[in-house]
Ligand binder design. Structure first.
Ligand SMILES: Nc1nc2c(ncn2[C@@H]2O[C@H](COP(=O)(O)OP(=O)(O)OP(=O)(O)O)[C@@H](O)[C@H]2O)c(=O)[nH]1
Ligand SMILES: [Mg+2]
Length: 608
């Protein structure tokens, strides 16, 4: 569109910005009433595309009056009768109309055939009922220019697609011509639509169709009361009598639709009146953005909070696993069973421990001989330790996986993510990953290498002493590992019991070699290194959960952007009230139709 209503550029840009932000997947997770939020988002996108953007871009484009209502109410018949042409297809089967037909004066055809309004519907022309998903456009020069009629599918039949397209079409309308009958006027579904017309201040007229003569007065009175009660007082109400038709699906006699036809013609004839109808519906739709968009932004925030909750529950499951592992390496439980047996083999005899306290001097000799002895039983002790630590890691990872899966299963959003991952993946999630045993083994071996290296460096510093010249690194390394697995750790005093004895012995032995301060430092370094490695491993494990949330949830700044965009629409809302520049008075409609001869209709000027 060129040159139309340049005064709208600010509003148009604000709407375009808003529209772009609505492309984000704002509600990926099952949080709250997500289905209705998704629907609201879809509706808003639809209304921007179908109506707001094209309308604001061309305020003087012809009016679109959508004829909507219950199936069999006589909509298609009414459209034909109003257009004085057989354009729509009425029928006896319910529902008859499956695809919308738009009838326009030939002068307005171009506006509707170009994908301005309702761009998602591909255009068809010619006769027939049209395919669902299309918009059939026909012309009739018996219809005045400036106002097109759209025969919509019904709003309440069993055909879901009909109801959806009807809602979409009504959201794209400048004016609703709502058709009901004496039999249907109190139904719930139509009133749902009428109330939404009220909420959005859509320009509306109601046609009570097919009224038996005797019902005309009471039904009109009751319907008027219902309109009042529903906040729609003052809505133009027309009645069309049920007439005997000369043949099936014929048009109604002219006098039956004269009032409606005259009213529409008046609106069509006057550019000023058309503009008022357009502005009324447009303002309502624009105003609704001020509440609909922030509501979506709130829900987008809840989605992001939901993602954060899911991440937090994984973090806490794996944090707890890490704590369990920490306890497991400190509480001495590793120093029982196989490790203890191997330790006893390694050190030679169980008696040794008992005599340890008083015989530290003797012990020193013993160390040297143990460390020099070949082949050392230290390999078996090393393996036993390895196995012990590995199984500690595995059980921590299993517990964390189970806990995280359980936490997610307890949240709708979590169930949603798990479901999307697929049943097989979900089954695996509840346990440590299949590669964990291998990775745990190499983690422990890596740590053991680190400990040996640590001891070697410490030993190198002490090498000056002849006592350590022949010191066995492997032996010292093993002792240090054992120290790591006891709560005493060289730091918290002497434990009782066999496990404690093991660590006390280790500690004494090492202190004899390196000195007690060095042993404290070495133990701490060794323990921290193991914790770091295991933490990294568990983080990888947690990644199986957290990676499912990668890119899920709306981007961080989207809510603020949405609110800003809604505010911008509000700021520029006044654009639509500016009078059109004189040079761009009317949408490709040349003078005759817009000649101001016809008296201006009272509607919508008098509307409340
Ligand atoms: N006798 C008589 N029949 C009418 C009148 N108005 C409509 N009909 C018939 O009622 C049937 C339904 O009318 P339609 O115009 O197809 O109704 P509709 O609202 O378009 O229905 P859907 O497309 O299913 O939503 C048709 O067979 C019409 O010929 C009337 O005033 N008198
Ligand atoms: Mg129909």
């Amino acid at each position: 569109m060129t040159g139309h209503m340049a005064g709208n550029n600010g509003l148009l840009a604000a709407l375009e910005t808003l529209r772009r932000q609505l492309d984000h997947d704002l509600f990926p997770l099952a949080i709250g009433d997500v289905a209705s939020h998704r629907r609201a988002l879809k509706e808003l996108r639809g209304q921007l595309d179908d109506y707001l953007l094209p309308r604001v871009a061309a305020m003087d484009a012809p009016l679109l009056a959508v004829v909507g209502g219950s199936t069999g109410a006589g909509k298609s018949t009414l459209v034909n009768s109003l257009a004085c042409a057989d354009v729509a297809e009425p029928g006896v089967l319910r529902p008859t109309t499956l695809a919308p037909t738009l009838v326009a004066n030939p002068a307005d055809e171009a506006w509707f055939t170009r994908q301005n309004v309702l761009p998602g519907l591909s255009r068809t022309t010619g006769r027939g009922r049209g395919e669902p998903g299309t918009l059939r456009i026909v012309t009739a020069d018996t219809l005045p220019p400036g106002l097109a009629l759209l025969d919509a599918p019904d709003i309440d039949s069993v055909v879901t697609a009909n109801r959806e397209i009807a809602a979409q079409l009504l959201a794209a309308a400048d004016l609703w011509l709502f058709v009901t009958t004496a039999a249907r006027y109190a139904d719930e579904v139509p009133w749902g639509f009428l109330r939404s017309a009220r909420e959005r201040s859509t320009a509306l007229a109601v046609v009570l169709d097919r009224v038996p003569p005797e019902a005309l007065e009471p039904v009109t009175a009751h319907l008027t009361r219902l309109l009042d009660a529903n906040g729609l007082a003052g809505t133009p109400l027309f009645s069309v009598p049920e007439v005997a038709l000369p043949e099936e699906n014929a048009r109604l006699p002219e006098e039956a639709v004269r009032a409606v036809r005259g009213w529409l013609a008046e609106i069509a004839a006057d550019a000023h009146t058309r503009a008022q109808v357009v502005r009324r519906t447009l303002s309502g739709a624009l105003d609704s953005i001020a509440t609909r968009v922030p509501a979506l932004a709130d829900e987008a925030d809840r989605q992001r909070a939901g993602v954060a909750d899911l991440l937090l529950s994984v973090e806490s499951a794996y944090g707890a696993a890490m704590a369990t592992f920490d306890d497991g390496i400190r509480d001495g439980s590793l120093l029982r069973g196989e490790v203890l047996t191997r330790w006893q083999d390694f050190i030679g005899t169980g008696d040794l421990m008992r005599s340890l306290e008083s015989r530290i001097g003797w012990l020193r000799e013993r160390i040297v001989s143990v460390f020099m002895g070949t082949p050392p039983p230290d390999t078996r002790l090393k393996v036993a330790l390895e196995t012990g630590v590995e199984s500690l890691i595995r059980s921590a990872a299993d517990a964390a996986a189970e806990r995280a899966l359980e936490a997610w299963s307890g949240m709708p959003a979590g169930r949603d993510v798990i479901e999307r991952a697929g049943a097989v993946a979900a089954g695996r999630l509840g346990r440590a990953s299949s590669t964990l045993p291998d990775r745990a083994a190499s983690t422990v071996r890596g740590w053991q290498a680190y400990v040996l290296d640590l001891v070697a460096k410490e030993g190198a510093e002490k090498r000056t002493t002849a006592r350590l010249a022949s010191f066995s690194l492997n032996g010292a390394g093993l002792l240090l590992m054992l120290l790591v697995f006891s709560s005493t750790g060289g730091l918290t005093g002497i434990e009782v019991g066999i496990a404690g004895g093991t660590s006390v012995l280790s500690q004494k032995l090492l202190e004899a070699v390196f000195g007690d301060q060095a042993v404290r430092t070495l133990t701490q370094a060794a323990r921290e290194n193991l914790q770091e490695r295991v933490r990294a491993l568990l983080e990888e494990e947690a990644g199986r959960f957290t990676s499912l949330l990668d890119g899920v949830g709306p981007p961080e700044e989207i809510s603020a952007d949405l609110r800003r965009a809604a505010q911008a629409v509000r700021d520029y809302r006044g654009d639509i009230d500016r009078p059109a520049p004189a040079a761009a008075a009317s949408w490709e409609v040349d003078a005759p139709a817009a000649g101001g001869a016809a008296p201006a209709p009272s509607y919508p000027v008098d509307m409340p």
